[in-house]
Design a protein around this ligand. Structure first.
Ligand code: PMT
Length: 400
């Protein structure tokens, strides 16, 4: 399930220092199976030459309206016919102004007007150019015209100043473009997730936790964004970057996770509990570091609240999805948890398949039975889970 496989993307490159990132983006797209047609403006070609893009894409690079290589000389129309998207990265302040006013005085601006596919632009400019009311007016107009604006990011700029206006990184543009191509099966839905482990403090330096990396939960959060959902993720302590488009709340303990979930719950359509929540916490966390004083130490533990069970039992419960991490007898335990917690869906996985690594193999347990999603990258497995959630929700809507 790779949205880029067999697709054609038209990439417009205008005159900004960030044009070097466009070369990396092309590399990622080609690696993912896309055919990329690069259209360079005259200014763009001053930053990265056509030879670079030609070598990376294995295809001709386009510059001019009057290019005789295009049959019957209609490059400005033919290039986007059959393309999945037209992305302009970097898009300068000048190019955004052209777009806002519908100017068409070169190949790229004409393609934008005559296009037959979605248009996305990634602004890149000095922070004062970005903040200028004229640019902001143009961006608002372009957005109102249905164009997707990717970024810009905040940070250090080529001129040495710091502020808004940096173009997104190639990997971020890749992710956003990928998301734009996905079916919006959760469009308009609000999704709340938990992810990662919890950490139950024993003293200021030690605690009880587990080896959940957070990767499965983070992949699901991103897959929900790709499917068009507005996503909030309550994450235990993990060292992972926040997936693009996800609103992340960091917590440590199960009690903090519960509190954050309950606070965010009103108005959510879906709740997905991916976190490996500690079932118990030390009865009392020592204020100072516990000293070694005996050959053994007995800990008193209290049970943590079951966040998922509590959410699912509410009269206004959203569509609830649980996970079950087991070391054996997956079907028995996972289906048991689904029935006990009254869940629409439980995603079962064996810890040896899914804990910590980049891949997972899961079985989806719902009222209709078991559905296997074979071993794959967690991002792929997450997309499969999201597709299943969307179809169950659709089914439920149809029954009402
Ligand atoms: O993070 P990774 O390294 O990518 O690994 C992914 C994973 C293996 C952790 C993930 O795929 C997974 O299986 N998560 C659930 C792990 C788990 O703790 O399952 P459980 O059987 O203990 O709990 C059942 C369900 O109840 C889970 O949805 C859990 O989030 C929820 N729960 C459990 C206890 C509790 N106090 N509150 C809860 O909400």
């Amino acid at each position: 399930m790779n949205e880029f496989q067999g697709k054609r993307i038209v990439l417009g490159v205008t005159g900004g220092v960030a044009a070097y990132k466009a070369a990396e983006l092309v590399r990622l797209l080609v690696k993912a199976g896309a055919a990329v047609d690069v259209v360079l403006t005259a200014a763009g070609a001053r930053f990265v030459g056509a030879a670079t893009f030609q070598a990376l894409t294995g295809r001709r690079v386009w510059h001019a309206m009057w290019d005789e290589r295009m049959e019957i000389g209609m490059a400005h129309i033919d290039l986007t016919r059959g393309a999945s998207a037209l992305l302009v990265a970097p898009a300068t302040a000048d190019f955004l102004a052209k777009l806002a006013h519908g100017l068409a005085d070169d190949l790229l601006s004409t393609l934008c007007l005559a296009r037959d596919c979605p248009l996305l632009v990634a602004p890149a400019m000095n922070r004062q150019m970005w903040e200028n009311p004229a640019t902001q007016r143009n961006v608002a107009q372009v957005r109102a015209d249905g164009v997707s604006i990717l970024g810009p990011a905040h940070g250090e700029q080529a001129c040495g100043e710091v502020g808004d206006g940096r173009m997104l990184e190639a990997t971020e543009l890749f992710d956003d473009l990928y998301a734009s191509l996905r079916v919006k099966s959760l469009g308009g839905k609000r999704v709340l997730l938990t992810a990662g482990p919890t950490f139950e403090a024993l003293d200021p330096v030690r605690g009880l936790s587990n080896s959940s990396s957070g990767k499965m939960g983070f992949a699901l959060a991103r897959a929900c964004v790709e499917a068009g959902a507005q996503v909030t993720m309550v994450a235990g302590p993990v060292a992972l970057a926040t997936p693009r488009g996800v609103n992340r709340l960091n917590v440590q303990s199960a009690l903090q996770m519960r509190e954050a979930v309950m606070q965010e719950l009103p108005g959510q359509d879906v709740f997905i509990a991916v976190a490996a929540v500690a079932d118990y916490r030390p009865r009392k966390a020592a204020a100072q570091k516990i000293k070694k004083s005996a050959s053994s130490l007995t800990l008193e533990l209290d049970a943590n609240p079951d966040i998922l069970a509590e959410v699912a039992a509410r009269p206004d419960a959203p569509f609830c999805v649980g996970f079950a991490a087991e070391s054996c007898d997956l079907a028995v335990y996972a289906e048991g948890k689904r029935v006990a917690k009254k869940l629409a869906l439980v995603v079962g996985n064996l810890v040896q398949d899914g804990l910590g690594g980049e891949t997972n193999a899961v079985t989806l347990f719902d009222a209709a039975g078991a559905h296997v999603l074979p071993l794959a990258e967690k991002s792929e497995v997450a997309r499969g889970i999201v597709a299943h959630i969307a179809s169950l929700m659709e089914e439920r809507r149809g029954q009402r």
